[in-house]
Design a protein around this ligand. Structure first.
Ligand code: FAD
Length: 292
C-alpha cells in the first residue's frame, strides 16, 4: 500500500515511526515492540534515516524485517545529507527492490558541528528538490514530507516556511507529517494556513508521548518544540519518579490525541522511539482504535 492509499477514500492513516537500533539486541527488542504495535492495525510503519553509509543499511534492514515479519506497509525516511544524486537513486532503487513502496523525503539537518546545511557536490539543497527527483524517477512511490507547526528553525518567517512546504507538495508529495508539538492550537493554526495557501495534501499530526522528562527536554530543544508550562512543571515535580513521569506523559498524550481526533485529522503519526508501551497505552484509551 502506498501513502496515497493510506489516506485515500476517507481512510484514517495510523503510522508509527522507528529508528535503527545500534545492536542486534536492540533489533530483537524493536521487533517485539512492533509486534505490540501491529495489533492496532497501522496503515504503515516508517524508520528514520541518519547520515552515513552504515546507518542507511540499518534503516533498510529495519523496514524490510518489519515488512517481512508483519506484512505491514513500510516507508523509508531519506535525507539529502551527504548524498549526490546517483547515490540517492541507488538507495531508492535498492529500497524498491526490497519491497519498500514509500519514502519520507527530507532535506535533513546539517551534520554535527555545522550550523548551515550544505549539499555535497551533485547533491540536492531542499526537500522540494528531493520530492521532484523521486517523482521524476520513482513516480510510483508514495511520498511524505515534513511540516512544522511551530515553524522550521531556519525559516526566516512562518509565511516563508509555509511557501516552502507548498513547494514540496506541488512537487508531488502525497502527505505532510508534522514535527512533534505539544500545543494543539499551533497545529490547528498551521493547518488553517496551509489550507489558505492551497495545500491540499493531508496534514497528519506527529505525536511523541513523553516517557522521560530529561529525554523530552533534549528532543524539544533539538527541534524547537515548546512544552506547555503546566505539563513541564508536572514532569519536573516527578523528576525522581520515572513511573510517575511516564504516567503524566501517557495522560498528556492521550488528551492531546483525543483533542486532535475530535478536530478532523486524516491520521496520526506516533514517534514511538522504539518502545511500544506509551503508544499502546494511548491508543488503548482511545475508542477509535479499539476496533482497528
Ligand atoms: P526543507 O523542507 O528543505 O526545509 C528546510 C529549511 O529550508 C526550512 O527552513 C524551509 O523553510 C527552507 N526551504 C525549504 N525549501 C526551500 C527553497 N526551495 N528555497 C529556500 N528555502 C527553502 N531528520 C533526519 O536526519 N532523519 C530523519 O529520518 C528525519 N525524519 C523526519 C521526519 C519528520 C516527519 C520530520 C518533520 C522531520 C524529520 N527529520 C529527520 C528532521 C528534518 O531532517 C529536519 O527538520 C531538517 O532540518 C529539515 O528537513 P525538511 O525536509 O523539512 O527540509
Amino acid at each position: 500500500m502506498t501513502l496515497r492509499d493510506a489516506y485515500g477514500a476517507g481512510r484514517f492513516g495510523l503510522s508509527f515511526e522507528l529508528f535503527p537500533p545500534k545492536t542486534s539486541d536492540g533489533m530483537t527488542g524493536l521487533l517485539a515492540c512492533v509486534g505490540e504495535l501491529v495489533k492496532f492495525n497501522p496503515s504503515y510503519i516508517t524508520c528514520t534515516y541518519g547520515a552515513g553509509g552504515s546507518t542507511q543499511d540499518r534503516t533498510l534492514e529495519v523496514i524490510t524485517r518489519v515488512h517481512e515479519q508483519y506484512q505491514v506497509p513500510v516507508a523509508t525516511h531519506l535525507t539529502c545529507v551527504g548524498l549526490a544524486v546517483p547515490e540517492i537513486r541507488d538507495y531508492l532503487a535498492r529500497a524498491i527492490s526490497q519491497g519498500v513502496e514509500n519514502v519520507v523525503a527530507l532535506r535533513g539537518d546539517p551534520p554535527r558541528g555545522e550550523t548551515e546545511f550544505r549539499p555535497v557536490p551533485g547533491g540536492l539543497c531542499y526537500g522540494n528538490e528531493l520530492v521532484a527527483f523521486i517523482r521524476s524517477e520513482f513516480g510510483e512511490m508514495g511520498v511524505a514530507v515534513g511540516g512544522y507547526p511551530e515553524t522550521h528553525q531556519e525559516a526566516p518567517s512562518p509565511e516563508a516556511d509555509l511557501e516552502n512546504l507548498k513547494r514540496k507538495v506541488d512537487a508531488g508529495a502525497d502527505v505532510v507529517i508534522t514535527q512533534l508539538f505539544y500545543h494543539n492550537e499551533d497545529f490547528y493554526r498551521f493547518r488553517d494556513r496551509c489550507h489558505e495557501i492551497g495545500i491540499k495534501a493531508p496534514i497528519v499530526p506527529g505525536v511523541l508521548p513523553v516517557t522521560n522528562g530529561a529525554q523530552i527536554q533534549r528532543i524539544a530543544a533539538l527541534c524547537g518544540a515548546k512544552l506547555p508550562p503546566k505539563f513541564a512543571a508536572e514532569l519536573e515535580k516527578h523528576k525522581d519518579d520515572a513511573d510517575a513521569q511516564f504516567e503524566a506523559g501517557v495522560d498528556f498524550a492521550t488528551r492531546q490525541a483525543a483533542h486532535l481526533l475530535a478536530n478532523n485529522i486524516p491520521g496520526l503519526h506516533f514517534y514511538v522511539l522504539n518502545k511500544s508501551e506509551a503508544t499502546r497505552r494511548v491508543l488503548t484509551a482511545l475508542p477509535q482504535f479499539k476496533s482497528r
